[in-house]
Design a protein around this ligand. Sequence first.
Ligand SMILES: [Zn+2]
Ligand SMILES: [Zn+2]
Length: 267
Amino acid sequence: MLQAALLRPIVIAMYIDSHCHLNFPDFAERLPDIYRHMQDNQVSHALCISVDLESFPEVLAIAESRDNLYASVGVHPDYEDCTEPTVEQLVELAANPKVIAIGETGMDYYRTPGPLAWQQERFRVHIRAARATGKPLVIHTRAASEDTLRLMAEEKAGEAGGVMHCFTESLDVAKAAMDMGFYISFSGIVTFKNAKALKEVAQSVPLERMLIETDAPYLAPMPHRGKTNEPGYVKHVAEEIARLKGLAVEEVGEATSRNFRRLFLKT
Ligand SMILES: [Zn+2]
Ligand SMILES: [Zn+2]
């Protein structure tokens, strides 16, 4: 009896949240709970994403406080009135071994209709920093996929690689990014009932090119929609992808975790 129990394989799936904002005020007093919930939900690691240089020290401090957290450095395309980064600055800040990515960066014409010259220039700066450091890009693209892909090609973003985060574009856009060696990351949006087109994209993107994320505190997946999101909820994204692809959730957890390590940790 005892022996049988010992021989039974214990499968514990692990999940990695490839994109969250733990320095945002939503989490200020709650970080110990957030970390405990990660553990409770088998979320082994999380990448804390920077949105401007002013708050980068906070992001780095969070990443440095725990072995299973990492940081990125970059300035978000939606932040117009903040310190504009230079390539040299990004390269210098990315030298810290806890910093494993450049971003989030990219193009967003949803909030302010484009083309926006300052946003394009900022994106170019990030791509150059990623190529100089060999650290992958975390790319945000919204209502600007043509310019995003054009700048990625012009600046040879494929040499650094990276991820199209919180993906909501068409399969054609996903394919163009994958052709440049990029991964596609799905957020809680894929769990929403009305996200039919995105669910189809997730069915077509191969598991080997896929990451999962929360983008916490935003976009909590079902069944937590409308609440404050947190890395522990990334498992619901994996569950929906497993359902869409007819796979076991453990398989999705394992593959997306392996992709994360390959892309960001080079292991
Ligand atoms: Zn974003
Ligand atoms: Zn984000």
